[in-house]
Design a protein around this ligand. Structure first.
Ligand SMILES: Nc1ncnc2c1ncn2[C@@H]1O[C@H](COP(=O)(O)OP(=O)(O)OP(=O)(O)O)[C@@H](O)[C@H]1O
Ligand code: SF4
Ligand SMILES: [Mg+2]
Length: 348
């Protein structure tokens, strides 16, 4: 393992559930200590990528390297020494914590599996709980006695017990009350900064992305269509899908909000069982041309910013979905423009 080696390197990952092509050729690299946000609407395959990384799923094909080791085909037993390298936090802390286990047992399980003595375990559990803002006494409670936010703190404490190089956080705040979402998000940001683990942060919340992420990977129907630094993707989104997501996201400044041209994604996400030919976004893309239905756009690299769209010029100049939509705005029947509020592509 060298310092420059990425903590996570996924190459051409495929995960099919029978005919459902949930993940269909994803390549993604996360550097040591980096936070990569994985965004995209419901059903695009984000959680499936996350679950393959922690090997809750056995990938159909492709390679997943954790600090250089290919873990994509390891048996359960051979996977064991690598379990510590990566942890996952789920959306629903209630469902992911065993209700029959005391909090202390939940958080103490990773060190127990490492053979740490009960006495040292108690110390480590107390430290782990304190680190996530909980009192050590919480160890003797059951998860159901805690609030949703506290339970998610317990999940985070548990996930960090093995000092993983990578944390997969799958919508870690979206099941929580809005009032506690920010505090859990702040906690994750603080822990990430202090402990320096890398994070694959799966989310619908673009304001959280802006706050937390170093890079953004955008998924559409089982594939990554754009990946770049947060600054670059927010300032100059290149893929028409990314442009549509960002245009639909709420912004803090009401003036800016009014001035924006809304680009609503017309119909629903097509079924992963039968994705459109050529570019998978062609059935909803305001800019689609004939070529888009016949030719799969390659993921091209423009100085560390990768995009898969035929209309991105060779020098990286992106097409402009909003300009195209504005030109159409006189046509009253145009389904792609509206002032109606919308969430970023959420379909469920
Ligand atoms: N175990 C499974 N069996 C069959 N199909 C599945 C399974 N898990 C996921 N899928 C399908 O794979 C596709 C991708 O699902 P996934 O949960 O990865 O999406 P997601 O991007 O995480 O969505 P969300 O934002 O709603 O969490 C969907 O069409 C889903 O129905
Ligand atoms: S390749 Fe065509 S359909 Fe796909 S995003 Fe680009 S313009 Fe739209
Ligand atoms: Mg999901």
């Amino acid at each position: 393992m060298t310092a420059a080696e990425p903590v996570l390197e996924i190459v051409d990952l495929v995960m099919h559930f029978g005919p459902v092509r949930a993940v269909d050729g994803v390549s993604l690299t996360v550097a040591r200590g980096e936070v990569t946000a994985l965004v995209g609407e419901s059903g695009s395959g984000k959680s499936t990528v996350g679950r393959c990384i922690v090997r809750l799923l056995d990938p159909t094909s492709g390679t997943i390297r954790l600090s250089g080791t290919d873990i994509s085909r390891l048996s359960r037993r051979a996977m064991r020494p690598h379990r510590r390298a990566v942890s996952i936090v789920f959306q629903d802390p209630g469902g992911s914590l065993d209700p029959r286990m005391l909090v202390g047992e939940v958080v103490g399980e990773p060190p127990r599996l490492q053979g740490v003595s009960p006495r040292d375990r108690r110390i480590r559990v107390a430290e782990g709980l304190t680190r996530v803002g909980l009192r050590p006494e919480v160890a003797s409670r059951y998860p159901h006695e805690l609030s949703g936010g506290q339970r998610q703190r317990v999940s985070i404490a548990r996930a960090l017990m093995s000092e993983p190089g990578l944390l997969v956080a799958d919508e870690p705040t979206s099941a929580l009350d809005v009032s506690v979402q920010a505090s859990v998000l702040n906690l994750l940001a603080d822990l990430q900064r202090d402990l320096g683990f890398a994070c694959l942060f799966i989310t619908h919340d673009l304001s959280a992305v802006e706050y937390l992420a170093d890079t953004i990977a955008v998924m559409y129907l089982g594939q990554i269509v754009e990946h770049g630094t947060r600054e670059r993707v927010f300032a100059r989104p290149a893929h028409p899908y990314t442009q549509s997501l960002l245009a639909a996201a709420p912004v803090a400044d009401p003036g800016r909000q009014r001035a924006r041209t809304r680009v609503l994604l017309g119909n629903d996400l097509p079924a992963a069982i039968d994705p459109p030919s050529g570019c998978r976004f062609q059935t909803r893309c305001p800019l689609a041309v004939d070529r888009c239905a016949s030719e799969v756009p390659a993921l091209r690299d423009f100085g560390g910013h990768t995009v898969a769209c035929h209309l991105v010029a060779d020098d990286g100049t992106p097409p402009d979905v909003r300009a195209a939509v504005r030109e159409d705005q006189d046509r009253p029947s145009d389904a792609l423009t509206s002032d109606a509020p919308s969430s970023p592509g959420r379909t469920s």
